[in-house]
Design a protein around this ligand. Structure first.
Ligand code: ACO
Length: 330
C-alpha cells in the first residue's frame, strides 16, 4: 500500500541566543526557577527576521537533503502562530520565497499541534495519490508576542523562535506514517491564547487592546500542565493501537518540547525510561511551538538516535486545546 514517509528534515534557529541570565535582566526571574520548572537554559529569538526568513533557511536545507529542486515541490503545508502578515498566510508567502509561484499551499493554525495536523493532512494527500510529495514547514516567531516584564514572566521564559521543514514523500515500501491521530477541544481556548487581532473586539485592533496585553500569549500554566500530562499518554496509546504497534517496539518517543517537567511526567505515565527513550532538547531552544517536534527529530537523527527501520512516536499538546500523536516506521 502507498504510504507517506519523512524523507528529509531541515531546521533553522535565529543566531541570537537569549539565556536565562539575559531574562533575569528584564524581569524578576532566576535561572534556577526557569531550569527547575521547565528545563530550559536558553532559547533563540529573532533579531529583525520574519517567520518566512526562518522557514526559507529550513526549507533550503530540507530540499537539499532530499535531493530536490524547489520546482519539484507539489504542495506546501505551512504551520505557524505568527505569519509574516495576518493574511495571507505563510503558505502562499513561501511560494514567493522559494520562487515557485502556482504551487498549492495550505496554512495550519494549530499552535503546538501544527506538525501533527500537518502530518495528518500529508498522509491523506499522499496515500490518496493526490500528491507525491509535500513540503511541511513549521516556522515560529513567538518572541514578538511575549511580555518581557515581570507581569508576563510565567509565559515569556518558556518560548523560543525556530523553524523546521520536512519533505514527505510517497513510497510503496513498508515504512512511513503508520498512524496519525489528532484532537481538539475549544472549551479551553482561553487557557492558552493570543487574543488580538480579534473579531470579538470591535474595532479589530486598537492601541488600547494592545496596551491591555491582548497582543501577547497568555497562559493558565497549571491547567495546561494538567491536561497535557493526561492527553499525551492517551493519544500515544490511541496512535499505537491504530498502527497495530506494541509499546515495547517503540525505539524513541519525540514529544512536543513544551516543558521538561511535562515530558518527564509523560515518560512516567507511559512507563518508559526517561532520557533513553523519550527525547528532549528543550534546554537549548525552549518551546518552539509547532517547530519543536521536527527540530527534535532532526537532532535525534544527527545524534544517531533514529535509524532506518526504527519505530518512532511523535506527540503534541497545545493551545486550543489541540493534541495528537503519530507512529512511524523510519
Ligand atoms: N520566574 C520566577 N517566578 C515565577 C515565574 C518566573 N518566570 N513565573 C511565575 N513565577 C512565580 C509565580 O508568580 C508564583 O509566585 P507566587 O507563589 O508568589 O504566586 C510562583 O512562581 C509559582 O507559580 P506557579 O504558577 O504555581 O508555578 P508552577 O509550579 O505551576 O509553574 C509553569 C509554572 C512552569 C508555567 C507550570 O505551570 C507549567 O509548566 N505549566 C505548563 C505550561 C507549559 O508548559 N506551557 C508551554 C506552552 S503550552 C504547550 O506547549 C503544551
Amino acid at each position: 500500500m502507498r504510504k507517506a514517509y519523512i524523507d528529509a528534515i531541515g531546521m533553522y534557529v535565529p543566531e541570537n541566543v537569549v539565556t536565562n541570565q539575559d531574562l533575569e535582566k528584564l524581569m524578576d526571574t532566576s535561572d534556577d526557577w526557569i531550569r527547575e520548572r521547565s528545563g530550559i537554559q536558553e532559547r533563540h529569538h529573532v533579531d529583525g527576521e520574519c517567520t518566512t526568513d526562518l522557514a526559507l533557511k529550513a526549507s533550503e536545507e530540507a530540499l537539499e537533503k532530499a535531493g530536490m529542486q524547489a520546482e519539484e515541490v507539489e504542495h506546501i503545508i505551512f504551520s505557524t502562530m505568527a505569519s509574516d502578515y495576518f493574511a495571507p498566510g505563510g503558505g502562499p508567502m513561501m511560494t514567493r520565497r522559494l520562487g515557485i509561484p502556482g504551487t498549492p499551499a495550505l496554512d495550519i493554525r494549530m499552535a503546538c499541534s501544527g506538525f501533527l495536523y500537518g502530518l495528518s493532512v500529508s498522509k491523506a494527500f499522499i496515500e490518496s495519490g493526490a500528491y507525491n510529495n509535500i513540503l511541511l514547514i513549521t516556522s515560529e516567531v513567538q518572541s514578538v508576542a511575549l511580555d518581557f516584564t515581570t507581569a508576563g514572566r510565567d509565559t515569556a521564559v518558556l518560548f523560543g523562535d525556530g523553524a523546521a521543514a520536512t519533505v514527505i514523500k510517497a513510497t510503496d515500501e513498508d515504512r512511513g506514517l503508520l498512524s496519525v491521530k489528532t484532537h481538539s477541544d475549544g472549551r479551553y481556548a482561553e487557557d492558552l491564547m493570543l487574543r488580538t487581532p480579534s473579531t470579538l473586539d470591535n474595532p479589530f485592533l486598537t492601541k488600547e487592546l494592545l496596551d491591555k496585553g491582548y497582543g501577547n500569549v497568555v497562559m493558565n500554566g497549571r491547567t495546561v500542565f494538567k491536561h497535557a500530562v493526561t492527553k499525551f499518554p492517551q493519544v500515544i496509546a490511541e496512535a499505537l493501537e491504530a498502527a497495530g504497534v506494541e509499546k515495547s517496539e517503540v525505539k524513541l518517543v519525540v514529544p512536543h518540547q513544551a516543558n521538561l517537567r511535562i515530558t518527564e511526567a509523560v515518560a512516567n505515565r507511559l512507563d518508559l525510561e526517561m532520557h533513553s527513550v523519550v527525547y528532549s532538547n528543550i534546554h537549548k531552544y525552549g518551546n518552539t511551538t509547532s517547530a519543536s517536534i521536527p527540530i527534535a527529530l532532526f537532532e535525534a537523527m544527527q545524534e544517531g538516535k533514529i535509524n532506518r527501520g526504527d519505530t518512532i512516536v511523535v506527540a503534541s499538546f497545545g493551545a486550543g486545546f489541540t493534541w495528537g500523536a503519530s507512529v512511524m516506521r523510519w
